[in-house]
Design a protein around this ligand. Structure first.
Ligand code: TPP
Ligand code: MG
Length: 323
């Protein structure tokens, strides 16, 4: 199919995917130094999903992320340096250094938060979608979730509620083949998440999550549906993660060469370059690569040299005050 997007749109999408990739590749190295506290789940390999979804959204649209949230944050426009500082636990971080990797949020960007509770994003997105529906401005709310999250009762309840109240919610399911160390082929009884979603009464599409264009086109169709008030939808994107479930996971449950093979065959950045060949010269993409690497260097240097939160603030920002 011919590419409909302008050169500017394509370059922006590439830059976003590359930024996520290098953010994660660099974190993988930095975590080994022991300087970063807490658990980190890397998103490398899945970039085409976050970017193919978020390229359709503006700051008024809302997303809810997962424990593997860095890619969603970057794709939704969160500041990369403030994200890195947050992961390093610094006062200059998006959550003043008190949340870390699994609690990055930026309401000004419509990024309602990463989330350590698997499946919690579904109900949150339906609530956000209800408020979007009441506003009547055509906004949508999107929850990202994994193949593991769709076996959580809360997600199934949220899907049903979304249909009942005709909420402009889209459940984006990133099927990366595993929930922690358990294969989706084993744990998803029907093995077909998108077909199962249709039984709730939702429009649903299954597509290649390693192909930016496939994700972008699928989301165009679903967003038209949701924004027109026709109700919630599900997108299942088949993808892979290039690192372990968490940093430090020995990945004994994966075939010996699986990650190597997936890096060779399922790399969304390489797929993108192949697809735009003849339209965008490689040197332009190479220049973006260089700029992204410089940005990540600056983000790490900035985070390292920033102060931690002040001890006197340990009890602030803990609870929301509705006064
Ligand atoms: C309610 C709940 N149950 C279990 C866990 C432990 N846990 C953290 S991530 C994860 C796997 C999630 O798998 P999936 O939804 O496929 O996302 P992925 O890690 O593949 O991105 C589990 C079971 C949790 N954080 N929350
Ligand atoms: Mg998974």
């Amino acid at each position: 199919m011919a590419i409909q997007q302008s050169d500017d749109q394509l370059l922006r999408a590439y830059r976003q995917m590359k930024t996520i990739r290098e953010f994660e590749e660099r974190l993988h190295k930095e975590i080994m130094t022991g300087e970063i506290a807490g658990f980190t789940h890397l998103y490398a390999g899945q970039e085409a999903v976050a970017v193919g979804v978020c390229e359709h959204l503006d700051e008024k649209d809302l997303i809810v992320s997962t424990h593997r949230g860095h890619g969603h944050c970057i794709a939704k426009g969160c500041d990369v340096k403030a994200m890195m500082a947050e992961i390093y636990g610094r006062a200059t971080g998006l959550g003043k250094g008190k949340g870390g990797s699994m609690h990055i949020a930026d309401f000004d960007k419509g990024m309602l938060g990463a989330n350590g509770i698997v499946g919690a994003g579904g109900p949150l997105a339906v609530g956000a979608a209800l408020s979007a529906k009441l506003d009547g401005e055509g906004r949508v709310a999107i929850s990202f979730g994994g193949d593991g999250s769709v076996n959580q009762g809360a997600v199934l309840e949220a899907m049903n509620m979304a249909v009942v109240i005709k909420a402009p919610a889209i459940f984006v399911i990133e099927n990366n083949g595993y929930s922690e160390h358990t294969g989706a082929d084993y744990a998803v009884g029907s093995r077909d998440i998108s077909a199962r979603s249709e039984a709730f009464g939702m429009k649903s599409i299954k597509a290649d999550g390693c192909d930016y264009f496939a994700v972008y086109d699928a989301m165009a169709e679903l967003l038209d549906h949701a924004r027109a008030g026709k109700g919630p939808c599900v997108a299942e994107f088949m993808t892979t993660r290039f690192f372990g479930h968490f940093e430090g996971d020995p990945q004994k449950y994966r075939a010996k060469d699986e990650v190597k093979r997936h890096r060779a065959e399922m790399d969304c950045l390489r797929n993108f370059r192949n697809r735009v060949e003849g339209r965008i010269v490689a040197a332009v993409l190479d220049a973006i690569d260089e700029e992204v690497l410089a940005l990540i260097d600056e983000a790490v240097d900035g985070a390292r040299s920033a102060p931690g939160p002040d001890a006197a603030e340990v009890t602030t920002d803990v609870y929301v005050s509705y006064q």
